[in-house]
Design a protein around this ligand. Structure first.
Ligand code: C2E
Ligand code: MG
Ligand code: MG
Length: 619
């Protein structure tokens, strides 16, 4: 006799939980579809528990089809739990090749179970489908363990817990067939999965029924893979300023109103709020975004009335589709962010659509970022050398190490473009270390006397100085190549935004290790004469701007500054020497070293070595 009270309890839970779920806002993605199927199976299964229990008690011949359908549904449910698990683990065919065979495994196990039924071996049929269900759970547990890094701790525990419960339910049923615990176990697993992966609170932004960034990522990952999406994104103009004008609470309710307006106006599309006044509407490729943009633009012509306040807001729009050429969700998010940031400067169109020039600028920035990542990953950053010439003898004295990267087509990209990007996203540390390593490699592999080189100047970004262990890391690199700190000098540009005390401290640390410092780009804007004294610089490099100003209008400012530096004990280098007149003028002012295109542009290492080795031999 079967144990019906479990099933009755399950039915009560099923009345509340799944129906609630079905009426909540849901993302249109694969994970959700699989979960909805799983839920439907759990709603269908309990009546079969009753039917099969009754059929077992009466053992009539006509009950066989009921038992077969029940077995098939239970097997399907076990398999569907497995499919859900592979989905939350974001498994790809290349991760675990055997997962591809799961449909075949389901068909074979179903057929074997059916054969047992056809042979009239009902007990064997029950045991078989329970056994196959145990196998699905065991396979799921294996995958959860193998790819545990892809889940958060909570998700991991929930997913593994669900499968342990499923496994236990089936084992109990094999040992005690009259206890109808399998549906209860299934239900517990579904609720557990719901809480960890499907709970709307995980996906909803708290702005007017729209979804959040996590939801955007999950949905877009699938869409980008299939190359089928259209996005209309817009950002509230001057969001930060508007927030301080209207106040946080009012602005929040205004943003919620916009969210609700979008969800209600476009129920067939998915609306996401990506924080800081940025919305995205995702539709199929057939979406008419021009019309939609016009409608939203028109709505913005009237104020948003929230909590007794009228909010007058404007929006900037951008359209993104696969043809835009972005191959990951991160790139899409980055692209939209850059578009909105740059649009504020360049926007000229009255309809608020970000213009083609801005888009081109962003495209270029994204391409540069990609090239930078690629070069750093493969250690492909190159160094070029530019001579530092002794002003009196006009002979080579030192050289500045200048880094270069190449784009996909192999064309050189200027550091003036990629260094600021590297500084912004933190990869300047890795870049700086690779440049220093290559400079050390150059010193190790060449006879500097034959070239006439006494030292190399390596640029150090102030951002690198934020790293506490910078000194140790640099010392280790020099040690590794057997290079003395006497040969490597560091050039640093003072920047107003810097944490001055941290910068001072780092310079002192590096000084103690033995590095000598040059102050780069003096006169380019941030330099402060009185601060120069505080740092232990050995050399000051005059920025080419200040040099060229002097050539145009020979006032007393630059001569006075150079004399002051010399009295303070610094040597002085003039940058941007493009012709003989400038070279002579800077020599006359007392500059010790000269750098510029007049002597040489930055050269690839081997070209530099050949040129200066030959020059040395002929002089
Ligand atoms: P910088 O350190 O002031 O380097 C001098 C820049 O001026 C170089 O540009 C050089 O090619 C250019 N230059 C030299 N002589 C002349 C001249 O006569 N006329 C003109 N118009 N320009 C001249 P480059 O190589 O494009 O580097 C730009 C900046 O990128 C550098 O300015 C430096 O701040 C940064 N940078 C380069 N390599 C590195 C590096 O390895 N690490 C860091 N942190 N920054 C680097
Ligand atoms: Mg420099
Ligand atoms: Mg410079």
């Amino acid at each position: 006799m079967s144990d019906y009270p479990y099933v009755i309890a399950n039915l009560f839970v099923l009345l509340i939980f799944p129906f609630g779920y079905l009426f909540m806002p849901r993302l249109k993605n694969r994970q959700n579809r699989i979960f909805a199927h799983l839920l439907i199976l759990q709603i269908v299964l309990p009546p079969f528990d009753f039917a099969v229990g009754w059929a077992d008690a009466h053992a009539a011949a006509w009950t066989l089809p009921v038992r077969i359908v029940y077995s098939a549904l239970t097997l399907l449910s076990a398999c569907w739990f497995f499919v859900f698990t592979t989905n939350i683990l974001r498994l790809k065919a290349e991760d675990v090749p055997w997962v591809r065979f799961s449909p075949a495994a389901l068909i074979v196990s179903g057929a074997v179970t059916l054969c047992a039924a056809c042979l009239g071996r009902v007990e064997l049929m029950y045991s078989l489908f329970r056994l196959f269900s145990v196998c699905w759970s065991a396979a799921s547990l294996f995958l959860i363990f193998r790819f545990r890094d892809r889940l958060s701790r909570y998700e991991r525990v929930s997913a593994a817990g669900s499968h342990v419960v499923l496994l236990a339910g089936n084992l109990v049923h094999i040992v005690f067939p009259s206890h109808l615990l399998v549906s209860t176990a299934n239900l517990m697993a579904v609720i557990n999965f719901f809480l960890a992966f499907e709970n709307p609170h995980l996906y909803m932004s708290n702005r007017g029924d729209s979804f959040n960034v996590r939801a955007f990522r999950e949905v877009m990952e699938e869409r980008v893979e299939k190359n089928s999406y259209r996005l209309l994104a817009f950002a509230l103009r001057d969001y930060i300023d508007m927030r301080s004008i209207y106040g946080g609470a009012q602005m929040d309710s205004g943003v919620s109103m916009i969210g609700r307006f979008l969800v209600q106006t476009y129920p067939e599309y998915q609306v996401f709020y990506l924080r800081s006044g940025r919305f995205v509407i995702l539709g199929p490729e057939s979406m008419d975004w021009n019309q939609m943009q016009q409608e939203i633009y028109d709505r913005f012509q009237a104020p948003w009335i929230a909590a007794d306040a009228e909010l007058d807001l404007n929006a900037l729009f951008i359209q993104v589709e696969p043809a835009t050429g972005l191959d990951s969700v991160d790139h899409i998010l980055n692209y939209m962010l850059l578009a909105f940031e740059n649009a504020e400067e360049t926007l000229s169109r009255p309809d608020g659509l970000i213009d083609a020039d801005s888009i081109r600028k962003i495209d270029r920035q994204i391409k540069i970022k990609r090239s930078l990542d690629r070069c750093l990953e493969h250690n492909e950053v190159e160094i070029f050398l530019q001579p530092l010439i002794d002003s009196r003898s006009r002979m080579l004295a030192g050289a500045e190490v200048l880094c270069r990267i190449r784009d996909e087509a192999g064309k050189l990209i200027s550091p003036a473009v990629f260094v600021p990007i590297a500084e912004q996203n933190g990869c300047i540390n890795l870049m700086g270390e690779q440049v220093l390593e290559k400079a050390c490699q150059f010193v190790r592999d060449h006879n500097l006397d034959e070239i006439g080189l006494s030292w190399l100047n390596v640029n150090l970004s102030p951002i690198q100085c934020m790293r506490k262990d910078l000194g140790e890391r640099f010392a280790t690199i020099l040690e590794q190549y057997g290079v003395s700190t006497e040969i490597i000098h560091l050039e640093i540009t003072e920047q107003s935004v810097m944490d001055i005390s941290r910068l001072e401290h780092q310079i002192q640390v590096l000084r103690r290790i033995g590095f000598r410092f040059s102050l780069d780009d003096y006169g380019s804007g941030y330099s402060n004469l009185s601060r120069v004294k505080q740092y232990p610089f050995a050399n000051i490099k005059l920025d080419m701007g200040i040099v060229w100003d002097y050539i145009r209008d020979k006032d007393v400012l630059l001569p006075t500054i150079v004399q002051a530096f010399k009295k303070m004990g610094f040597s002085v280098t003039a940058e941007g020497i493009e012709d003989a007149e400038v070279a002579d003028a800077m020599t006359a002012l007392g500059c010790d070293y000269l750098q510029g295109y007049y002597f040489s542009k930055p050269l690839p290492v081997e070209e530099f070595v050949t040129k200066y080795t030959m020059l040395r031999q002929y002089t």
